[in-house]
Design a binder for this molecule. Structure first.
Ligand SMILES: Cc1cc2nc3c(=O)[nH]c(=O)nc-3n(C[C@H](O)[C@H](O)[C@H](O)COP(=O)(O)OP(=O)(O)OC[C@H]3O[C@@H](n4cnc5c(N)ncnc54)[C@H](O)[C@@H]3O)c2cc1C
Length: 468
């Protein structure tokens, strides 16, 4: 390895790159991390996960939404919420997260280079430095491609970042709209649609599919569907978009969205959210002996190795599940494998968090999957209304559902909708990863009053169902 400048060169400073670089450095390897933006942190910190979750929290607080069931529908913390109100909180969190990440990289001795990496050959990369001071050519024994994704754009749509925008543009929006069309009801589309609807924006959500989030348990999706409509959102399913144009209405811009069915949606702004494409377009992959698929993604094996053994890929650039949580773990595992260090992980049992309003989280199988696989199962349900904590926090709509094996009572899946779903899920995840059964919840004493008590109530409900 001594002939190379670095033992590991990581491209991209999102979760996969950060964790891959830190793991390499912790193993005593000479590690560099290259980032083409002036700031580190990737989509996760700068334009995706952290901004969306902070905006959501700011909206929930300022709109008073969480306490409306207690104080009434008109309850609000601030009457006229502006984009500036929301950005204050977002910018504060982003700045802090960048700082923490930079400090972690520094502390571990990772050399951070702000430049765009392009392959020259499988071990050599040319870096165009972002401060315009020129180029640098570096060689590395191993390379980890962690370049993430960019929002997919249709070249026929006149994106201007203000009226017609993608989620990557969200922090640049200068004014909150009165009406918004969201095209694409994937996780990102649903999250933003529900955040804007909670602000009082009239949202229309359009998707080709016949239901929301087809990979989520149908009963949970039904509940989400109901609450989105309660929040005055219009859901248009089974509808394809045939054209989007920007028009003028007096002095104001309006977006017109034409649907194949002949309908037209007119809104002040439109969020186009039909998926993300791997950011491999400018890497000159051919020089490394690699090729991306039609969506810019790279294929890897179970060790995150591409077809070229010393080149690894991790994070969103390898596709599903495209989460910050799994990207972190993939980066770590790739670095361990590159240096022959055994690493244990159970990434297949990862929880999914969907930060719509209300929030959803699940782990394991859903009812449709178990039915399709002919697994005999039973369920147990609890509503947040049944536990004192649900009343205290004013969440009367939450629900937790356990799915367990009919004979062994082994826990097979947990599905939650409601406040703190993405935190609560980890109790179920721990029980599942230890091969636990429904009886764990029956035998265990939980803090009172907590939402976790829903696990116990759901377990008793499950046992009652077994007894008929
Ligand atoms: C709106 C939104 C909300 C999300 N919410 C969640 C959530 O709640 N929970 C969750 O787990 N996940 C969430 N995600 C997904 C999460 O953000 C991604 O899974 C995660 O950021 C992927 O990490 P990554 O390391 O693969 O890449 P990224 O975070 O995309 O970072 C890649 C980095 O590589 C850099 N780069 C690209 N090409 C080059 C090059 N040639 N040279 C140098 N640098 C380069 C880019 O500039 C970028 O900084 C969300 C995503 C979006 C868009």
């Amino acid at each position: 390895m001594a002939d190379y400048d670095f033992d590991m060169l990581v491209i991209g400073s999102g979760p996969a790159g950060q964790r891959g670089a830190i793991q390499s450095a912790k193993l005593g390897k000479r590690t560099a991390l290259v980032e083409r933006k002036a700031v580190i942190g990737g989509v996760c910190i700068n334009s995706g996960t952290i901004p969306s979750k902070t905006l959501r929290e700011a909206v929930l607080y300022l709109s008073g939404y969480r306490l409306r069931s207690i104080y009434g529908e008109s309850y609000t913390v601030k009457q006229h919420i502006t984009i500036e109100d929301l950005l204050i909180r977002t910018e504060y969190v982003i700045r802090h997260e960048i700082d923490v990440t930079r400090h972690q990289l520094q502390r571990n001795g990772v050399e951070v280079i702000n430049g765009e990496a392009v392959f020259v050959d499988p071990h050599t990369l040319r870096l165009s430095l972002v401060d315009h001071s020129g180029e640098r050519t570096v060689t590395a024994a191993n390379v980890l491609i962690a370049v993430g994704t960019e929002a997919t754009r249709d070249p026929k749509i006149p994106f201007d970042g203000q009226n017609i925008f993608v989620s990557d543009d969200i922090l640049g929006i200068q004014k909150l709209p009165r009406t918004l069309a969201v095209i694409g009801a994937g996780v990102i589309g649903c999250e933003y649609a529900s955040i804007f609807a909670t602000l009082g924006v009239r949202v229309t959500l359009v998707d080709r599919q016949r239901r929301l989030l087809p990979f989520v348990d149908a009963e949970i999706v039904e509940a989400l569907d109901y609450h989105l409509r309660q929040n005055r959102m219009t859901l248009r399913f089974g509808e394809a978009v045939s054209g989007i144009e920007l028009a003028q209405n007096g002095g104001d811009a309006r977006v017109k969205i034409r649907l194949v069915s002949g309908k037209e949606i007119v809104a002040e702004k439109a969020l186009y959210s039909i998926g993300r494409t791997g950011a491999t377009g400018r890497l000159n992959l051919a020089a490394a002996g690699l090729q991306a698929d039609e969506r810019g993604r790279l294929k890897v094996d179970e060790n995150y190795q591409t077809g070229v053994p010393h080149i690894y890929a991790a994070g969103d650039v390898i596709g599903f599940p495209s989460l910050a949580s799994t990207s972190l773990e993939q980066g770590r595992l790739a670095a361990c494998h590159a240096f022959g260090v055994p690493a244990k992980s159970t990434p297949e049992l990862f929880p999914y968090g969907i930060y719509t309003i209300p929030e959803i989280s699940y782990v394991g199988k859903n009812e449709e999957e178990l039915t399709q696989a002919n697994v005999p199962y039973e369920m147990g349900k609890a509503s947040y209304r049944e536990v004192a904590r649900g009343q205290i926090i004013g969440d009367s709509i939450g629900m937790l559902k356990l799915l367990f094996h009919l004979e062994t009572r082994e826990l097979l899946g947990v599905h939650i909708i409601g406040e703190s779903a993405s935190e609560l899920i980890h109790t179920g995840q721990a029980v599942m990863s230890l091969g636990g059964t429904l009886d764990y919840f029956i035998r265990t004493v939980f803090n009172y009053p907590t939402l976790t008590e829903c696990y116990k109530i759901a377990a008793f409900d499950g046992v009652n169902r077994l007894n008929g």
